[in-house]
Design a protein around this ligand. Structure first.
Ligand code: ATP
Ligand code: MG
Length: 271
């Protein structure tokens, strides 16, 4: 299926004159529900959330009035206790969860207005890593990573070049023919990261990627994410691992009861 062509372009600031919108800083150029034509310049906002709320029932807010901006090239940890709203926010950012109120712009897409039929195209431009790996058990390591390129219609030659390069990057060279059940937890997560990054997304969202791993292997996964960040991809890491966050010395956004209570440029895990 061909990807839809970009159609309309709007400026974030121009349209909304509500008091909430007037409080916000200037946003990126966005396109409504269509594939963006131009990639934003380095350092431009990649994620802009304005007064985001998510209610799962009457008065039960998983996210409550959250506003934030994440720029290209950043490595951001999203922290908070269990139930703080980390997964709700990351799921919204990857187009998996609809928002109840507010506006959300990701990679030039107005996610708040995203039509259901456009979600697959939006999702293809983002890399996503979960705690439970979500590998295809009947496919080899190579095939798991290649699959991400196959669904994007990549030519065979590119697959044969990019997959080994990506497996080398995550430290899995030589394990191409193994099946997921023949790998350690850390190795499985490396496959998942290679699969999420092989199409070189501008944004990689990882929700508790180290949640199933021992501390030593957990940090190795973070090192892979740092490497990916050095290559220019923005990384959003949801975690409640205090040691990792404190060792990272990067930006930390803290959620508590669905509210953003802290946003530090070089932060620590404080809860
Ligand atoms: N589908 C749902 N239906 C109802 N309530 C939900 C749903 N998903 C999440 N919630 C609630 O929203 C709140 C935030 O959940 P969320 O999964 O975002 O937390 P989290 O910070 O990711 O927690 P954890 O560290 O345990 O992964 C919780 O109170 C949770 O019970
Ligand atoms: Mg979670």
């Amino acid at each position: 299926m061909a990807e839809p062509k970009p159609k309309t372009t709007i400026k974030l600031k121009a349209k909304d004159t509500s008091p909430k919108a007037q409080k916000s800083s200037s946003g990126p150029t966005v396109r409504t529900g269509r594939k963006p034509r131009a990639i934003p310049k380095k350092g431009e906002p990649l994620i802009v959330a304005e007064y985001l709320s998510k209610a799962f029932g009457k008065d039960a807010f998983a996210l409550d009035d959250v506003s934030l901006e994440i720029r290209e090239g950043e490595f951001v940890s999203l922290v908070g206790r269990s139930g703080a709203g980390k997964s709700t926010l990351t799921n919204m950012i990857i187009g998996e969860e609809r928002l109840t109120e507010g506006r959300l712009f990701v990679n030039g897409w107005n996610v708040s207005l995203l039509k259901r039929r456009h979600i697959p195209f939006f999702r293809r431009q983002i890399g996503v890593v979960f705690q439970d790996f979500k590998l295809l058990s009947r496919k080899t390591v190579f095939e798991n990573v290649a699959f991400a390129l196959v669904v994007r219609g990549a030519p065979h030659k590119q697959i044969m070049e990019d997959v080994p390069r990506m497996l080398a990057l995550v430290g899995l060279a030589g394990k191409e023919e193994r099946f997921p059940h023949e790998l350690s937890g850390g190795e499985k997560q490396r496959v998942a990261i290679a699969r999420a990054f092989v199409h070189r997304p501008k944004l990689l969202v990882a929700d508790e990627p180290t949640g199933n791993l021992d501390a030593l292997y957990a940090w190795e996964i973070i090192e892979v994410l740092l490497k990916i960040n050095e290559l220019g991809t923005t990384v959003l890491l949801a975690t409640h691992d205090r040691d990792i966050v404190n060792r990272l010395h990067r930006r930390v956004i803290t959620l508590d009861g669905g509210r953003l209570i802290r946003d530090q440029e070089v932060g620590e895990y404080v809860l």
